[in-house]
Design a protein around this ligand. Structure first.
Ligand code: SF4
Length: 210
């Protein structure tokens, strides 16, 4: 079991998979900027959050479920958890359509890891619902995805311990959709960027935003 101060919000895992530097800018440097993609995602969650639990066709549907795993040191909130014969089935709502990266799957897997500990069970799959396609994508929670998720948590802890802001890597398909492209300055040489005060905050920050 990990010390509570080492606990990681599930959103941080998602950001880390997208880009380690994005994780550090948001969760350590506490920078945030909104663009069209983040605004659409926020509006989608505002529509799905806070609904009441209900039952449909024998399936209990819980919304905005608080999650925590002491074993893995992660916590967060699931949009929807369906109970299929008592076994949780997490469903995460996403804007757009399925992506080339695995950040959404890692977020879902982290939710499942929490639910497994909370319910004392094994969860073999969950689903991502994409706003653009209006379809559920069933995600197998296999060993590869579980390792990717736990490796992300280990990478975050190592990053925090190092006090080093990850260097940017300009990847057009990621950076051009990233709301932090301006403060990140991924195309400038290292000496021209001005986020060097990160280390001081990293070692004094009382916590990270979810
Ligand atoms: S602009 Fe690119 S390198 Fe910088 S945080 Fe965003 S994704 Fe990462």
């Amino acid at each position: 079991m990990l010390n509570p101060s080492e606990e990681i919000p599930i959103s941080a895992l998602q950001h880390w998979i997208y880009c380690p530097r994005q994780y550090a800018l948001i969760h350590i440097e506490q920078l945030w900027a909104e663009n069209r993609y983040t605004a659409e995602g926020r509006l989608l969650h505002e529509r799905t959050d806070g609904g009441l639990a209900e039952s449909r066709q024998g399936i209990r549907i819980l919304r905005s479920v608080q999650l925590r795993s002491s074993r893995h040191g992660i916590y967060g909130v699931a949009d929807v958890v369906e109970l299929h014969g008592g076994i949780p089935f997490p469903v995460e709502y996403k804007r757009g359509s399925p992506k080339a990266h695995r950040a959404d799957e890692v977020q879902l897997c982290a939710q499942a890891l929490c639910l497994e500990e909370m319910f004392g069970c094994t969860i073999s799959e969950g689903a991502l619902f994409y706003g653009k396609t209006r379809r559920r994508l069933i995600v197998a929670l296999d060993d590869t995805l579980r390792h990717l998720t736990l490796d992300a948590a280990a990478g975050i802890r190592a990053c925090k311990a190092s006090g080093q802001l990850p260097e940017p890597k300009y990847v057009p398909s990621l950076c051009n959709r990233c709301s932090l492209i301006e403060p990140c300055q991924p195309r400038l040489p290292h000496s021209a960027r001005n986020v060097s005060h990160w280390f001081a905050r990293a070692v004094t920050s009382p916590g990270t935003p979810e």
